[in-house]
Every structure is written in structure tokens, then in C-alpha cells.
Design a protein around this ligand. Structure first.
Ligand code: PTJ
Length: 245
């Protein structure tokens, strides 16, 4: 990182800021992504920048759901492309699932730059949005999807989302797994599984969890017993306790 010493107590947080800024400079992250990142930072601060047991519970259920899926797809926006490209690529390889570029803020060439960035970093299968396949119940740029990806998926992994598409995907009968530091967001409330954690911490744990699942039938109770409302309540409880304390 430019001029912040490794010994700085906020080094990790500051280096993530650098990664997001680099994403904007490379033209893969939207400038709006900086604001979204700041909101995430605020929630992360309230979560003591730790992965909590409610997140682990969600990660374990997510791992089984993804392993169990017929057509899992990993949706990629400008923020996660900048923050966790290697983890997304690893997840895609573990699940033999495509990465699909899907962004909210339209900017000339950004979708292609995200695709190229993932391929340059070793991705094997990156799908692009098309005009042929569109999601119902949504008007934004996010409605344009790939017929071989999100359109035909049964489980969509959407780290760091903005709400309207999550709702549309659920209404179309798909299951949605999200990672969102904000347990109050529309995405968090709508998703089948919400991992309330930072993508940079949660994704490596999710990959390890998937690797450790040998027989997925042994783990089905992790899904049947999973209650997303309870997970969100636990996260909120942690946040309010932290604020009070
Ligand atoms: O690349 P695009 O055009 O698709 O745009 C991507 C952003 C993220 C800008 C867009 O989806 C957006 O505006 O999102 P929102 O509505 O700001 O929501 C982003 C959510 O992600 C918020 O609830 C944040 O708290 C949360 N968040 C931000 N950074 C992280 C995060 N959650 C997990 N890990 C993070 N590092």
C-alpha cells in the first residue's frame, strides 16, 4: 500500500480501501462502489471486524446449498471483482460454476473490463449479460442476464448486492445466497441465506467449507434447520449490544 505502514492499527481496512480505489482506477469498480464500501465499513466496525457464529452458520448452510445445486452461478459486480477476484475464481472452480458479470451502474465497457480482469486472474468460465435473457420483476441494468447462467440457475450467489434483483430472483423461484454486512438491507431480508460478514473474510471460509463437504446428503439438516430471520436477528443483536456497550 502506498504510504501506510503495515504496523498501522487500521492497515487491513486501509488496504481494502486501496483495493477498491484501484478497482475504480482500473475501470472495473463504479465510483458508487466507494460509497457502498464505506457503508460496509461502518457495519463492519459495529461487527468488530470479526466473523461471528451467525455468519459461520450461514456459511455452512450456503456451502451445502451450493454443492447441492444443479446450476449454481456466481454473480460478480464491480466491488467484489476488485476486492476478492481470487476467491471468486476459486469458488467457481470448486463448484464448476460460471462467474457471471452483472452490474447495476451502467458504464461503457465496464462489464467487459470486469470479464477481462477475471480471465487475466485465471478464471475459466466467465459469462456476460445478454439482451436475449431478461429477469422478470426488475427494470434496472441487472435484468440483463446470460441464458446459460443466471437465467437458468437454481441457486445464485450474489455477494454484495443492492436489493431489487435479489427480490426478483426469489420471485422467479431461484434460491439466493448473499454476503452483506448490513443485516437490515433489502437483500439481507429477501435472500434465502444471508452471510452477515465482510466478503474478504467470508469467501475463504466458504471455499474451505465446500472443500470439506464429502457427502452432501450428510449435511442436509444444515439447510432444513437454517432460519435466515434468526441469523439476521443475531447479527442485529450483536450490533446493538456493541453500540450499547
Ligand atoms: O458494480 P455495480 O454497478 O453492480 O455496483 C455495485 C454496488 C455495490 C455499488 C451496488 O450494488 C450498490 O449500490 O450496492 P448498495 O445498495 O450500496 O449495497 C451494497 C451492500 O453491501 C450494503 O448493504 C453494504 O453494507 C454491503 N457491503 C459493502 N461492502 C461490503 C459489504 N458487504 C460485505 N462485504 C463488504 N466488503
Amino acid at each position: 500500500m502506498s504510504d501506510v505502514p503495515k504496523s498501522h492499527p487500521r492497515y487491513l481496512s486501509l488496504s481494502l480501501r486501496d483495493q477498491i480505489v484501484k478497482g475504480v482506477e482500473l475501470g472495473i469498480t463504479s465510483v458508487h462502489g466507494l460509497i457502498a464500501h464505506g457503508r460496509g465499513e461502518a457495519y463492519d466496525y459495529l461487527l468488530c471486524e470479526k466473523t461471528h457464529s451467525f455468519a459461520i452458520k450461514a456459511i455452512q448452510a450456503a456451502a451445502v446449498m451450493l454443492k447441492d445445486a444443479l446450476h449454481p452461478v456466481i454473480s460478480v459486480n464491480g466491488n467484489v471483482a476488485a476486492l476478492v477476484p481470487d476467491n471468486l475464481i476459486e469458488l467457481s472452480k470448486l463448484l464448476k460454476a460460471p462467474l457471471e458479470v452483472n452490474i447495476f451502474h451502467t458504464e461503457d465497457g465496464r462489464e467487459q473490463r470486469i470479464c477481462d480482469y477475471l480471465l487475466d486472474n485465471g478464471a475459466l468460465n466467465v459469462l456476460m449479460p445478454t439482451k436475449e435473457a431478461q429477469l422478470n420483476f426488475i427494470d434496472s441494468n441487472r435484468r440483463f442476464v446470460n441464458p446459460e447462467g443466471i437465467y437458468k440457475s437454481d441457486v445464485v450467489f450474489v455477494p454484495l448486492e443492492d436489493g431489487d434483483r435479489c427480490e426478483a430472483l426469489i420471485r422467479m423461484g431461484k434460491r439466493v445466497i448473499t454476503i452483506d454486512l448490513n443485516p437490515l438491507s433489502r437483500t439481507s431480508k429477501q435472500a434465502s441465506i444471508t452471510i452477515v460478514d465482510n466478503v474478504v473474510r467470508a469467501l475463504p471460509i466458504l471455499c474451505n467449507e465446500i472443500r470439506s463437504i464429502e457427502d452432501k446428503s450428510d449435511h442436509q439438516e444444515l439447510i432444513t434447520e437454517y432460519n435466515n430471520d434468526k441469523v439476521l436477528q443475531s447479527a442485529l443483536h450483536h450490533i446493538s449490544r456493541g453500540v450499547d456497550g
